[in-house]
Write a protein that binds this ligand. Structure first.
Ligand SMILES: *Cc1c(COP(=O)(O)O)cnc(C)c1O
Length: 381
């Protein structure tokens, strides 16, 4: 039914689908309830028991459920600033005024869109394939999305991007979104791409999404000190194992963080989520200690899958890998493989003509390897 009071441009948009439904949720295509959830790049490990207990204690003894949460997030911002400085080896580094926190980076993306392009003031530029949320959130706000492609090694088509930016239009590009390293293709920005970003005029905002920084260990935060038109996003959803708590943060110069503070919801972050992020930061050496193992598992999976002649396995700087099939295989083949794996209990992401597969536990990765190679053999791919 078309509701007469709803914006016409929303009619074409579907609600964002997270995991496909499982049996427990009454999904149609019955599949095992115990799934290897390798489609959203979360950490395979929950918080360690001692930190869970700390958080439970906080909820019981410190969170006043009848009170609004701290709407200024000062303690959390200070802890984040300290971690950011440490992560980039900065001594004279960032303070709380250069940090803004969101209900996941998703909220920060939306705040940036609201603050830059709303009211027909501009468009955003993305290079596909990339994180889908920029375009999805832009469309919900009626903001045009200019899409350019990538080279055959997934570098941004810089000529196309440059042309798009130079195009005279009523809604010129105001924001360029890049992911470092990119999702779903797992490649970090090259020096040519970074040089191009640095060459952009300062009436454009450059958003660098470092959601996978803890895996790549490559960051552009130090650039923020010289550039008022750059902003770096990071998240607690991946390496810090806090996807359930929805905490993301932005690093930028104070005039820009001040704008983010203006447009966000006043109490955007529940008390327990703020505590969770602080606990995670305090115990970061314990939480991040599993990263070398994940990287080791990733290299093993890449090496083993690379022995399958029909698969192209791309190098990865993140906690997931991207694999593609020869171009002779259709979208139907990809869907069939995806479906078979789902039936067997392995969820991966079928995206942009390939599969994005999260690195899970060693057991999950072994199942991925065996199920994927088996289905490829069965389908004679
Ligand atoms: C997972 C991911 C995020 C994290 O989003 P949250 O809203 O913080 O959970 C952000 N950007 C990219 C590119 C991601 O892959």
């Amino acid at each position: 039914m078309t509701l007469p009071f709803i914006r016409a441009d929303l009619a074409d948009l579907a609600a964002y689908q997270s995991h496909p439904q499982t049996v427990a949720e009454g999904g149609q295509n019955a599949s095992p309830t115990l799934l290897d959830r390798l489609d959203t790049n979360e950490s395979p490990d929950d918080l360690p028991e001692d930190l869970k207990q700390k958080l439970a204690w906080t909820l019981q003894n410190q969170v006043e459920s009848n009170r609004y949460p701290d709407g200024g997030h000062l303690a959390l911002k200070q802890a984040i600033a300290e971690y950011v400085n440490e992560s980039a080896n900065l001594t004279a580094g960032f303070g709380a005024t250069q940090i803004s926190v969101g209900n996941g980076s998703d909220e920060l993306i939306r705040s940036i869109l609201i603050a830059t392009c709303l009211n027909g003031e501009g468009s955003i530029l993305v290079a596909n394939p990339t994180f889908s949320m920029y375009a999805i959130l832009a469309k919900t706000l009626g903001i045009p999305v200019i899409q350019v492609g990538r080279t055959d090694t997934f570098e941004i088509d810089l000529d196309a991007a440059q042309t798009a930016i130079a195009q005279p239009t009523l809604t010129p590009v105001r924001v360029v979104f890049v992911v470092h390293p990119n999702s779903p293709t797992a490649n970090a920005l090259t020096s040519a791409e970074i040089e191009w970003l640095k060459s952009l005029p300062d009436h454009l905002l450059v958003v660098i999404d470092e959601a996978y920084f803890e895996f790549s260990q490559t960051t552009l935060v130090s650039e923020i000190q010289q550039r008022f038109n750059w902003i770096v996003f990071r998240t607690f959803s991946k390496a810090f194992r806090l996807a359930a708590h929805r905490v993301g943060y932005a690093i930028a110069q104070p005039p820009l963080t001040a704008v983010l503070e203006k447009v966000r919801l006043p109490y955007n972050l529940p008390s327990i989520s703020q505590s969770a992020a602080q606990v995670a930061l305090k115990h970061r050496s314990q939480l991040l200690a599993t990263i070398p193992q994940i990287l080791q598992e990733r290299e093993t999976l890449i090496a083993k899958l690379s022995q399958t002649p029909s698969l192209k396995v791309w190098p990865s700087q993140a906690n997931f890998i991207y694999v593609t099939l020869p171009e002779t295989h259709s979208a139907t083949t990809l869907m069939a493989i995806h479906h078979t794996l789902h039936q067997q209990g392995t969820l991966i992401r079928n995206i942009a003509g390939g599969f994005r597969i999260t690195i899970g536990t060693p057991e999950e990765n072994a199942r991925t390897l065996s199920r994927l190679t088996t289905v490829l053999a069965e389908l004679a791919v």
